[in-house]
Design a protein around this ligand. Structure first.
Ligand SMILES: Nc1nc2c(ncn2[C@@H]2O[C@H](COP(=O)(O)OP(=O)(O)OP(=O)(O)O)[C@@H](O)[C@H]2O)c(=O)[nH]1
Ligand SMILES: [Mg+2]
Length: 454
């Protein structure tokens, strides 16, 4: 909750270090220096910003609790924009707990989740997308998610949104001007230019919204579906990729009936591997449902590994199977020839889209991993902005819908004041991303998901 934005001085453990390490207690607010001075052997009143002083910290009863370093950051040049003190205390849970209790007795109160970052936003130290990036940065489990969060923290996404808004505001200005002279029945703004501008802003907005699919995949794992007829070694491959005995393997065709999925990180990129029921004609209702699920997961996968069995599938039958596949064009299909250790036919030449391997012996597995990383690299290495946050994606889609209404209004002779109201709607949606509109309701939602001390 952001209920704590009342100007009080707040304190919280910022990082909980292990025994023997240093824990940082952050104190922020107008009374930060005074509060800490009450429980510290040295007054911080005259200490310059970004200076550290050594002293003794007292507990709530006035006894010496610890020797520690207090670092002073004066507002507005601090993380929150307010006067802040960071106390580096010894990391024992007892010292941490007593230090916080002592600060509370000295006039602080506990910070809510994300309250430091919420204050940073309210004090203009960062926009909303950057504040959200702080949460993402802390939650990032792998290099891909970390890079996206860092990009967002640096403000690239916010700049793009502001540029879009600026263009739209310019457009709205022209429209308002036209409204001012409505009685004279003049059309100031050139409709063609208007339309071109609206189209351009709409397509940029949609493009950003569409990047959410890639952004989400990077954060939550790029979906890779493993498909093929029964007994091709799909489950064996899943287990080999995960390095874990995750799915049941047997020589009985139709072993896997449900989808089995798990994630692993390859070269800093998170992949979500989905093992599926073998595809075949079947009268068994449960198996048929498994196959339906397999195809539905394949439809939302970014990469499909289609397995053939080098010991039973002939290249001709494989070609026929591939030709009859009805997979969405968005998925990249890689043909994987498994069981090369028992190959019965001449094997095709390996290429970017054709891989030869033995899931059982591990031969060719590294090449497959490298190929997957290379394919994912398209999404992660580009310098273009990628939307990773559902809230942003939804706001972008809503803005695009309002812009569609603007276009409709312009082309169907709807009065300019109604068109102007759609323009304002679009501005509102874009503004909600960076927090340039009244942010009260979205604030609670965003900062509630933070941890205490940030
Ligand atoms: N020789 C050899 N056998 C393999 C290889 N990979 C899998 N197998 C064997 O092939 C059989 C089927 O493997 P699974 O992984 O269960 O095949 P699946 O595609 O998941 O089969 P379903 O779940 O029935 O669709 C098992 O006996 C595996 O041990 C391989 O690379 N070489
Ligand atoms: Mg299986």
């Amino acid at each position: 909750m952001v209920q704590a934005l009342d100007g009080a001085t707040i304190c919280a453990l910022s990082t909980a270090a292990g025994m023997g390490g240093i824990a940082v207690i952050r104190v922020s607010g107008p009374e930060a220096l005074a509060c800490v001075s009450r429980v510290f052997s040295r007054s911080l009143a005259g200490v310059e910003s970004h200076r550290a002083v050594f002293g003794r910290l007292r507990d709530a009863e006035g006894a010496v609790l610890d020797e520690c370093v207090a670092t002073v950051f004066r507002g507005p040049g601090s993380y929150t924009g307010e006067d802040t003190v960071e106390l580096g205390v010894h990391g024992s849970p007892f010292i941490q707990q007593e230090a916080v209790r002592s600060l509370m007795a000295a006039g602080c109160r506990h910070a809510g989740p994300g309250e430091f970052t919420a204050r940073a936003f309210l004090n203009g130290r960062m926009d909303l997308t950057q504040a959200e990036a702080v949460g993402d940065l802390i939650a990032a489990e792998h290099a891909g998610a970390h890079r996206l969060a860092l990009d967002q923290l640096r403000g690239g996404f916010a700049r793009e949104i502001r540029a879009l808004r600026a263009e739209l505001i310019g457009f709205a200005g022209l429209l308002e001007l036209e409204l001012d002279f409505a009685e004279e029945d003049v059309e100031f703004a050139d409709r063609e230019r208007f339309l071109a501008l609206v189209d351009q802003i709409t397509s940029q907005t949609r493009h950003l919204a569409d990047s959410f699919r890639a952004g989400n995949a990077i954060r939550n794992g790029l979906p890779v579906a493993i498909l093929g007829a029964p007994n091709r070694g799909k489950s064996t491959l899943l287990n080999a990729l995960l390095g874990d005995d995750r799915a049941i393997v047997s020589d009985i065709a139709g072993t896997t009936r449900d989808t089995v999925e798990d994630t692993c990180i390859l070269s800093g990129i998170k992949f979500r591997f989905i093992d599926t029921a073998g595809l075949r004609e079947t009268a068994d209702a449960i198996e048929a449902e498994g196959i339906r699920r397999a195809l539905s997961r394949a439809a939302s996968a970014q990469i499909v590994l289609y397995l053939f069995d080098a010991s039973t599938d002939s290249p001709t039958s494989a070609a026929a199977t591939l030709a009859s596949l009805d997979l969405p064009p968005s998925a990249r299909v890689l043909t994987v020839w498994n069981k090369v250790d028992e190959a019965a036919f001449p094997l095709p030449d390996p290429s970017d889209d054709v891989l030869l391997l033995s899931a059982r012996s591990g031969e060719g597995l590294d090449a497959l991993r490298a190929r997957l990383v290379a394919l994912a690299g398209f999404d992660t290495s580009g310098s273009s902005v990628v939307v990773t946050n559902l809230r942003h994606a939804e706001a972008l889609r809503a803005a695009a819908a309002s812009l569609d209404a603007v276009r409709f209004g312009l082309t169907s002779g709807i009065p300019s004041d109604l068109v102007a109201s759609d323009v304002r709607q679009a501005l509102h949606h874009l503004g909600s991303i960076t927090g340039e509109i009244d942010p009260e309701d979205i604030l609670d939602h965003i900062f509630a998901n933070f941890c205490i001390g940030k």
